[in-house]
Write a protein that binds this ligand. Structure first.
Ligand SMILES: C[S@@+](CC[C@H](N)C(=O)[O-])C[C@H]1O[C@@H](n2cnc3c(N)ncnc32)[C@H](O)[C@@H]1O
Ligand code: SF4
Length: 414
């Protein structure tokens, strides 16, 4: 069962945004996230807003693209009427759920609608997530022809027992073929791994990282397994059917991943993300879309449960695909609720996000937090948690990365 939506103030039916959303908009880039809320089965650990055919309660998968295209038309009007000047999109990301659960033609028609409505900056990054079982070369070729240039594949592990614990249904033997097909049609490739599944040994994790490296993708994400409340995995751990996640072992796995990945030519650029460096004349292999989130840019999230952000105004859509389709068909904004962040919250969010990237957090943000926070940075350097050779910036060391959340708590609470 997916997590409940946050509270917030009710959003108006016309979706119009408060004035704060348009302040300094020209200093921020504009991005689109398209949520595709469908999966064949729900993996035991996952609390994303996604539904199997049995959970759709009348919502139609085949009509879904039409609803999103209507929301795109609505968003153009909302932005205009809220005083936001037209801006071109810098990245588009289709996530889920599993975007590749709907026909490639539907993803391409949503993308075409975004292009016709907002236009794209030259060299735009356009990504779709995919489950390795839900794509083949023909599907990937249609995405590439339709304008997609990057695919992010949920590999999670190379070990059948670990995949079984996670209740993943894909066959890990399919990965090489899917990655080769993606490369053959000209897509940049990324794979997602998860470490820390109950019972996963460090040797099994090493094999998974090595298997990911052997695929030679442009980019690898490695996420620490989070046991989300309300998931089957959480129930299995509570009942003793599965072991608790061992946090020390998880930290060892992070260090091992960083060592293996950097030795293989993948540089960390955000705590959970590594990429191969691209030649200067080529587009970066880092996820430009994720930088939009980490650097608090503006994005519109389309689809049920999708979150959007414009200049410190954050809103989120109704969660169920049926409620979403119903609002869209009545011409009502699907936005359920929203919040306008104050200056202090925006500052703390910037610290939380920017400290995670290898480019580092500008020291001015720490100065804005408090004089005591500046003093703490000296302690962090002395303790080997922050690099001491990065003037004007706070860049975490490997040990610092493992403790990032605690460091942020200390900085924001002093
Ligand atoms: C929407 S899924 C990717 C696409 C596709 N649905 C799939 O799973 O192959 C996004 C990614 O989030 C990560 N993820 C989901 N739930 C997680 C959890 N509880 N802990 C850590 N990572 C998680 C997984 O690595 C997954 O690949
Ligand atoms: S396939 Fe992906 S989105 Fe779907 S349940 Fe599994 S992890 Fe979540």
């Amino acid at each position: 069962m997916a997590a409940p939506m946050p509270l917030g103030d009710p959003a108006p039916q016309d979706g119009l945004l408060p004035r704060q959303s348009s302040l300094d908009a020209e200093s921020r880039t504009f991005h689109a996230y398209v949520h595709i809320p469908f999966c064949d089965v729900i993996c035991g650990y996952c609390d994303f807003n996604t539904y199997t055919s049995g959970d759709l309660a009348g919502a139609s998968k085949s009509e879904y693209a039409k609803s999103v295209i209507s929301e795109i038309a609505q968003s153009e009007q909302v932005l205009k009427q809220s005083g936001l000047a037209p801006r071109r999109l810098s990245t588009v990301f289709f996530g889920g759920g599993t975007p590749t659960q709907i026909p490639a033609e539907d993803l391409v028609s949503i993308l075409a609608s975004l292009r016709n409505t907002f236009d794209f900056v030259p060299g735009i990054e356009i990504t779709s997530e995919a489950n390795p079982d839900s794509v083949d070369r023909q599907y990937l070729a249609k995405l590439a022809e339709g304008g997609f240039n990057r695919i992010s594949i949920g590999m999670q592990s190379a070990i059948p027992e670990v995949l079984a614990t996670l209740e993943r249904t894909h066959n890990p033997a399919n990965l090489p073929e899917v990655i080769a097909a993606a490369k053959a049609v000209g897509l940049k490739t990324s794979v997602d791994l998860i470490y820390g599944a109950p019972g996963e040994s460090i040797e099994q994790w090493q094999s998974s990282v090595m298997a990911a490296i052997a695929l030679e993708p442009d980019h690898i994400s490695a996420y620490a397994l989070i046991v989300e409340e309300g998931t089957k995995l959480a129930r299995q751990i509570r009942s003793g059917e599965l072991d608790e996640v061992d946090e020390d072992l998880q930290a060892d796995k992070y260090e091992l991943a960083d060592k293996l990945l950097s030795t293989a030519g993948y540089q960390w650029y955000e705590i959970s993300n590594w990429s191969k460096s691209a030649p200067a004349s080529m587009p970066t292999n880092k996820s430009s879309h994720n930088f939009a989130y980490w650097l608090s840019q503006d994005w519109w999230g389309y689809g049920p449960g999708a979150h959007s952000h414009m200049g410190g105004v954050r809103w989120w859509n109704v969660k169920h695909p049926t409620a979403y389709a119903s609002r869209i068909s009545q011409g009502i904004s699907p936005a359920l609720a929203r919040e306008t962040l104050n200056a202090r919250t925006r500052l703390e969010e910037r610290v939380l996000l920017e400290i995670r990237i290898s480019d580092g957090l500008p020291i001015e943000l720490i100065q804005e937090l408090s004089p005591a926070a500046v003093g703490l940075i000296d302690h962090f350097v002395a303790d080997g948690l922050v690099e001491n050779n990065q003037p004007g910036k706070v860049v975490l060391t490997l040990t610092g990365r493992l403790l990032a959340d605690s460091l942020v708590r200390q900085l924001t609470n002093t």
